[in-house]
Design a protein around this ligand. Structure first.
Ligand SMILES: Cc1cc2nc3c(=O)[nH]c(=O)nc-3n(C[C@H](O)[C@H](O)[C@H](O)COP(=O)(O)OP(=O)(O)OC[C@H]3O[C@@H](n4cnc5c(N)ncnc54)[C@H](O)[C@@H]3O)c2cc1C
Length: 415
């Protein structure tokens, strides 16, 4: 967004509570690799130029990439500046930070979609002697006590953490809810390549009948492995991870209860995966690609116990740690504006928030299916910066700036 605003000569600042790439530095596990291939991290005017376009960036490489971009575009970032409140004043917004206040006419909320773990209410019943970590807290197996681990959630984070802990010698039980299965490589190409090529990732928010549902869909069950292997439930059971259904409750006497829907969840996930692959085959055929890529193939169905265990006794089963990998939600607790829906999410129409000159970035399916990926930022920033520019041009409001410092004018603040 900063790059798009600069291109339109819109004066702005970027305020960041930590260092550039703060969430990648502080909220990810050590071994994480992007699940999107290198070529796919395309920021406005900045892409991958290395020798391994089909590889997956390691965490230090992601940090370097984002820091390098901020430097390349000379983004006006104010680091260690935490926004503590935002409220509407006159023709703009008063943004309070731990480094002083800003006044601005337009505001872009880009503080991330994954600030807080989305824990079920019964997580609070976790027995005291069991360590409880979220996927944001988890760093590496050394941090996890010897003994069994219950990993809750089988999307990209849960499956990767379950795999790593199992390989480190911890017996792992994986609780599986709704998940989206996909092969890492299909017909010789990365699944992300196919989804990009057939236009799925560019699908627009206003083309869908049920956008609310599409925004709740979990991330693809994918991992950026060095051998480009598929890390699905079959791969995990093959190494000895035990699968159970969706965690439904934790009882006061220290037991976990699971839904019996595991076989159905997996069958549904297989069905959706095969529908996606059918669509890819159809488009490949229409575009004359059949001879240019490998022939169609399918993964075997997910192999699960038709009567999976419905309970787990933490003591008897020697579970010492629970890792919650059940998704995230944004933290806009500092935003004092009537823009929230009944679930506490910022209301918006493709990123345009119903408050004058306020915009949202980085949310799931904001304007396109890929909006919550790094690759989604360019298109969304392009569209929203155009809207923001016309908003500023149509408003005859005076320039504003740092409160009490009339000479430091900034028309836009980017959080
Ligand atoms: C575990 C995980 C794996 C992912 N893997 C991939 C992947 O493989 N490929 C991919 O494309 N995407 C991936 N993503 C999504 C990726 O994180 C987003 O695409 C990208 O980070 C969105 O960038 P952003 O700037 O909108 O949000 P963020 O990266 O979350 O940045 C928001 C920034 O706002 C700052 N901030 C928050 N609150 C305040 C405040 N009050 N005051 C000041 N600053 C504040 C934060 O410190 C942070 O630096 C992954 C996400 C997660 C959680």
């Amino acid at each position: 967004m900063s790059r798009c605003l600069a291109e339109r000569s819109i004066e702005h600042v970027v305020v960041e509570r930590g260092e550039v790439a703060h969430t990648w530095r502080t909220e990810r596990w050590d071994s994480l690799r992007l699940l999107t291939p290198n070529w796919q991290s395309r920021l406005p005017g900045y892409g991958y130029t290395g020798a391994d376009p089909d590889g997956y960036r390691t965490l230090p490489e992601v940090i370097d990439f984002i820091v390098g971009y901020a430097r390349a575009i000379s983004a006006p970032v104010h680091t260690h500046t935490r926004v503590t409140s935002v409220r509407r004043v006159d023709e703009g917004y008063l943004v309070r930070t731990n480094q002083g206040d800003w006044l601005c006419r337009a505001l872009v909320l880009a503080s991330g979609a994954c600030n807080l773990p989305r824990l079920p209410p019964f997580a609070a019943r976790t027995p005291r002697h069991i360590a409880s970590l979220t996927s944001q807290d988890y760093r590496n197996p050394e941090q996890v006590a010897e003994g069994g681990v219950l990993v809750v959630g089988a999307s990209s984070s849960g499956t990767q953490i379950a795999n790593e802990l199992h390989l480190a010698g911890r017996p792992v039980v994986l609780s599986v809810g709704e998940h989206i299965r996909a092969p890492r490589v299909y017909r010789g190409k990365d699944i992300e390549w196919w989804m990009d090529a057939v236009g799925i990732l560019d699908q627009r928010y206003d083309e869908l009948e049920d956008i609310a549902r599409a925004r709740r869909v979990p991330s693809l069950q994918l991992a950026g492995t060095s051998d480009r292997s598929t890390l699905d439930l079959n791969a995990l059971t093959a190494i000895g991870v035990r699968l159970v259904g969706r965690l439904a409750a934790i009882t006061d006497d220290g037991k976990a209860q699971f839904a019996g829907s595991l076989p159905n969840m997996c069958a549904l996930s297989d069905l959706k995966m095969n529908r996606l692959l059918d669509l890819i085959d159809e488009r490949a055929h229409e575009n004359g690609l059949d001879d240019a890529v490998a022939p169609p193939h399918r993964l075997p169905p997910t192999c699960v116990d038709m009567a999976p265990p419905l309970g787990l006794d933490f003591a008897k089963d020697q579970i010492k740690t629970i890792i919650w990998a059940v998704g995230y939600r944004p933290d806009h607790s500092w935003l004092e504006a009537p823009v929230f829906d009944r679930k506490g999410m910022v209301r918006h129409d493709g990123g345009v928030v119903p408050s004058p000159g306020m915009y949202l970035m980085g949310a799931p399916f904001l304007r396109r299916r890929k909006s919550a990926l790094i690759d989604g930022a360019a298109g969304d920033a392009h569209d929203l910066s155009a809207h923001l520019e016309s908003y500023l041009n149509n408003k005859a409001a005076p320039l504003m700036g740092r409160s009490g410092e009339a000479t430091r004018a900034s028309r836009n603040v980017y959080v």
